[in-house]
Design a protein around this ligand. Structure first.
Ligand SMILES: C[S@@+](CC[C@H](N)C(=O)[O-])C[C@H]1O[C@@H](n2cnc3c(N)ncnc32)[C@H](O)[C@@H]1O
Length: 308
């Protein structure tokens, strides 16, 4: 039995699923949160579950089978949200969940190439049919672009040294090779965090264009939420959380003119009401049971009524 997904109770509390409601889980994974949403919206709430990963969808399909046609599962990116809803004839929805990043199942499947703890081809694609793998990036990017990527998406301070060592060691085909390269470039382990952590994070984000996807989906989510509908986003690192926080802040304000401007010229109207200024984080008990949950941050916003 797969373990409980991160912040499970908090998600159900945030989305307040109800009978007859329409919900989207944009990152359905193994269907843990989706199961809770369907259960809480019984007997007739409906859920659209999206995931780029066909293996995750197989698990979700099995897990959500008891809900029959109430669950619709599609292999697609959440950035296609508007098309997916249109195809179903759903005009607006009551709640949207995005549980960003990769699943434990993906991390624990060595051949997916996400983990530096196992040796496997450098892949890291959520969608196995996507055009670019991590191996393509490390072997094809010019050194300065590779360094920028490691710095931007991994916040890796030794990005230049690592990029130089990667270029010197090409071709790089496996996760083991990459961890050895990083170890050579940064020297001995100085902290509790493995020296490869940031490099692997950066490559995964770049391969799957994760930050672009989050930027893209947030306004679409607002567009399709019913007034009073909730958007809940769980992020696992500061780059994602910053995007969500900035978006929620901006969309919770009526005017977004620069602070010194005496008269409003932007005409911006708040579309969201932020439900928590500080992100919700897992309890100590949850972190103890599932250490990977420790960096999770949940932000929740409610769709305001349309201005008349
Ligand atoms: C943290 S897991 C979600 C776990 C899920 N909440 C559960 O209860 O099992 C994140 C999932 O998002 C998927 N994913 C990542 N980027 C995506 C995107 N742009 N569109 C759809 N799914 C995506 C990954 O393949 C992964 O299965």
């Amino acid at each position: 039995m797969p373990h409980r997904p991160v912040l499970y109770n908090e998600i159900i509390h945030a989305l307040q699923p109800h009978q007859g409601g329409f919900y989207v889980d944009g990152t359905v994974g193994a269907g843990g949160h989706a199961w809770g949403i369907l259960e809480a919206s019984s007997p007739d709430g409906r859920l659209l579950g999206l995931d780029l990963d066909p293996h995750a969808l197989d698990l979700a399909r099995e897990r959500l089978a008891p809900f029959g046609e109430r669950a619709v599962l599609v292999q697609a990116s959440y950035i296609t949200l508007l098309q997916q809803l249109k195809a179903l004839g759903w005009n607006a929805v009551d709640g949207i969940l995005l549980d960003l990043g990769l699943s434990s199942m993906q991390l624990d499947t060595p051949e997916r190439g996400f983990s530096f703890q196992a040796d496997a081809p450098l892949d890291m694609r959520f969608d196995p049919a996507a055009p670019v793998t991590a191996a393509d990036l490390v072997n094809d990017l010019p050194e300065n672009e590779l360094a920028d990527l490691l710095y931007r998406y991994g916040e890796e301070r030794k990005s230049r040294q690592i990029a130089r060592e990667i270029v010197r060691s090409r071709p790089v085909a496996t996760t083991r090779q990459l961890t050895q390269i990083v170890a050579r470039a940064v020297g001995r382990k100085a902290s509790k965090i493995d020296p490869s952590t940031r490099t692997f994070q950066a490559l995964r984000i770049a391969v799957n264009r994760e930050l672009e996807a989050v930027e893209d989906v947030l306004p679409k989510a607002v567009q399709v939420l019913k007034p009073g509908g909730r958007l809940a986003v769980i992020s696992f690192h500061s780059l994602e959380d910053r995007i969500v926080k900035k978006f929620f802040r901006k969309e919770s304000q009526d005017c977004i003119c620069p602070p010194r401007q005496p008269v409003c010229t932007c005409g911006h109207k708040a579309t969201l009401a932020e439900q928590n200024r500080q992100p919700i984080t897992p309890s100590e008990a949850e972190v103890k049971e599932n250490p990977r949950s420790r960096s999770a941050k949940l932000r929740v916003a409610e769709r305001r009524s349309m201005p008349s």
